[in-house]
Design a protein around this ligand. Structure first.
Ligand SMILES: Nc1ncnc2c1ncn2[C@@H]1O[C@H](COP(=O)(O)OP(=O)(O)OP(=O)(O)O)[C@@H](O)[C@H]1O
Length: 266
């Protein structure tokens, strides 16, 4: 069943069209990676998908409801957006910042988070930061800040997470842990991702943006082909089968195959 769909979506900044003609159908509970070169329009597309940037053409529907018909508060209960540039306000404690994710669920002007501390702690546990709940945000490292912002998105309690480069600044352990965590939440996830190997290994589908147009969307193995990677990213890549697991992995920047006569001497 579709959770988010968009048809003929176009978004512009300052009168310049950045993305156009985007059709997506994201099933509930699935994870979609949006990949593309710098400036291809990934962040702009994500902002249009969340309603933060009003489309200049096309529609976005969440659970069959047009986002344009919802107030910002209603949108915030249906989806959580963690932007690339989001950083926690420095003078708040980590727990206070994560509690801000609960604001859409409170009556207007209810400023405190009574009875919600367990939700805040659970969100922080998901990102391995529960021990930092009483720390000032300004004491967090770059990777911890990214994880804290994700915790705020999780605390928001919606079942659709739109994440702009969630694994940026994270060490390899926390990159994988973060993707496994969002998978375990059972949410629908749409994430802009630069690491193509992570996109191939952890996502159900990949959408490739090229110059603001959707170049292809589908299963990672069908979309992240050596031909597409050469055409879109100008890199050489190959699919290799892991002899231990039988799983097919994407090797990006693989270079030209070693000629047989050189292998023989290796
Ligand atoms: N506030 C802005 N004002 C003017 N142009 C902008 C603005 N934000 C983005 N752009 C332009 O829109 C285009 C797409 O930017 P966007 O941030 O969506 O790309 P991206 O694929 O997310 O890039 P990256 O991988 O570098 O994060 C770029 O050409 C960028 O310069």
């Amino acid at each position: 069943m579709s959770h988010l769909t968009c048809h003929g979506l176009a978004a512009a900044i300052g009168g310049r069209t950045i993305v156009s003609g985007v059709d997506l159908d994201v099933p509930r509970g699935s994870m979609l990676a949006v990949v593309g070169r710098n400036g291809s329009g990934k962040s702009t597309l994500l902002r249009a998908l969340t309603g933060l940037r009003r489309p200049v053409a096309g529609t976005v529907q969440v659970d069959g409801v047009d986002l344009a018909d919802l107030t910002p508060r209603q949108r915030a209960t249906r989806l959580a957006h963690v932007a690339q540039e989001d950083g926690p306000p420095e003078d708040l404690l980590v727990g206070e910042m994560v509690a801000m994710g609960r604001i859409p669920h409170r009556p207007p002007w209810a400023l405190d988070a009574k009875g919600e501390r367990h939700l805040v702690l659970a969100a922080l546990e998901h990102v391995d930061l529960a021990d930092k709940v009483n720390h000032p945000c300004q004491h967090l490292s770059g990777g911890e800040r990214r994880r804290a912002m994700l915790a705020r998105g999780i605390a928001q309690g919606s079942d659709l997470l739109v994440l702009d480069e969630p694994t940026n600044h994270l060490d390899v352990h926390h990159q994988i842990q973060l993707l496994e965590t969002v998978r375990s939440l059972g949410c629908t996830v749409i994430a802009a991702v630069h690491d193509l190997q992570l996109a191939a290994a952890h996502f159900d589908a990949v959408a490739v943006l090229h110059d603001g147009r959707l170049h292809g969307v589908g299963h990672p193995a069908d979309v992240l082909t050596p031909e597409v990677l050469r055409e879109v990213f100008d890199v050489e890549a190959r699919h290799l089968t892991d002899p231990a697991t039988g799983r097919v992995h994407l090797v990006v920047g693989a270079g030209a195959p070693v000629p047989a006569h050189r292998k023989a001497h290796a």
